[in-house]
Design a protein around this ligand. Sequence first.
Ligand SMILES: Cc1cc2nc3c(=O)[nH]c(=O)nc-3n(C[C@H](O)[C@H](O)[C@H](O)COP(=O)(O)OP(=O)(O)OC[C@H]3O[C@@H](n4cnc5c(N)ncnc54)[C@H](O)[C@@H]3O)c2cc1C
Length: 419
Amino acid sequence: MNQKEVIVIGAGAAGMMAAITAAREGAKVTLIEKMEKAGRKIRITGKGRCNITNTKSWQEFSTHLHPNSRFLKHAFYSFDNTETVKFFEEIGLKTVIERGDRVFPLSGNASDVVDSLVNEINNQGIRVLYNTKVEDINLNDGSINSITVASNGKRSKMTADAYIIASGGLSYPLTGSTGDGYIFAEKCGHKITECFPSLTALMPFGYSNELIGLQLKNCEITLVAGKDIVQKEMGDLDFTNNGIEGSIGYKISRKAVKTIIAGGRCSVSIDLKPAIDIETLHKRVEKEISELKGPFTSLLLQKLLPSQAIRPFMEMNNLSSDINKTLRSIGISGLAETLKNWKMDINSYTSYERAVITAGGVSLDEIISKNMKSRLVQNLWFAGEIIDLDGDTGGYNLQIAFSTGFLAGRSAAVDNKTK
Ligand SMILES: Cc1cc2nc3c(=O)[nH]c(=O)nc-3n(C[C@H](O)[C@H](O)[C@H](O)COP(=O)(O)OP(=O)(O)OC[C@H]3O[C@@H](n4cnc5c(N)ncnc54)[C@H](O)[C@@H]3O)c2cc1C
């Protein structure tokens, strides 16, 4: 039997996994990357530490996937989070599990993840073309007959038996992810579900710059779209120069951005004291007021809030610096209520330049979930973020890339309808 030739477009997490798997299955693989090196995005993941995956069982893992977790089920069971850890350990990367079941390289260095993948790519004899951009996909009679590539100012055509598009989404375009694959997929007749930035910062109206740098641990955030409560999350929030970030800020950003794009309004309400009910908090505020050493609202808030939050909290909630005026205007119940319900209307969000992922992408209806193969073009597969599938923060997105990359690589290498 002739050796199957596979071209993989994009040397990100999904493309590298697809290339390695196809080569291990015996295919002759060419991996094409437009940047000067592989895995530029992986190098900045997890704040430079790369949260490779998450060890949760499928039952829990799947609750962190959007918009349709069922699509990943087969890929996950073919190459799950345990397989991911095993794979990396086998190619020489030691890993460690941290809080929230998140897996990181033991070295704490995301570049080690890329290096281990590139080593394995070399071990498998995969041909890698860097600084080579796929510019076009050429179709004939329901299949791809060549791709047009540009390198060093020269254009040429390349052919293979099978093609895997793993060119990522639109987020952090400086890493090479500029949405080229959506154009190729559309040319192949695929529907692209509307893309939007997700896991991104939300900027409230009247945001106080004094909040920048504040981290709130174990608070609760509620997202209200229009008049409806649409999501509640408990965990950590970061306030940055882009607005509200951190794990739970990112978690609510998917629905918030979608609402804003659809022309709706949304707001968040932060419960700074989620562990105590309103009656208990009321009593606590009352007690702190009775023990106050001066007539200032800030003195009371010092007992209840991190110091950096005090001035912005007062400013954004129009609280007087005089405790007596504050009590006259909203009373103890009003103060307790504001601590449990710090409301901020959302004005805008950070777009692709700094969004962690792109939601939306190649429609799930037209990809076979059992092997990541196109239902429309007989020698085409998809892997990674280009697919209309995304996850929360916590290692879910890289696992999507590894599971879909594995399945696409294996299927493209062994599919007998492509030769
Ligand atoms: C700041 C940040 C932190 C993150 N942290 C985490 C984390 O800790 N854990 C986690 O699970 N997820 C994390 N993610 C998300 C995760 O990194 C991505 O979902 C994942 O890397 C997507 O992999 P991919 O291979 O599908 O796409 P990409 O990584 O985007 O790779 C696509 C590749 O294709 C190449 N390409 C594009 N077009 C062409 C073309 N025309 N020709 C040739 N090559 C092309 C690009 O240059 C790129 O190298 C993070 C993302 C960001 C931005």
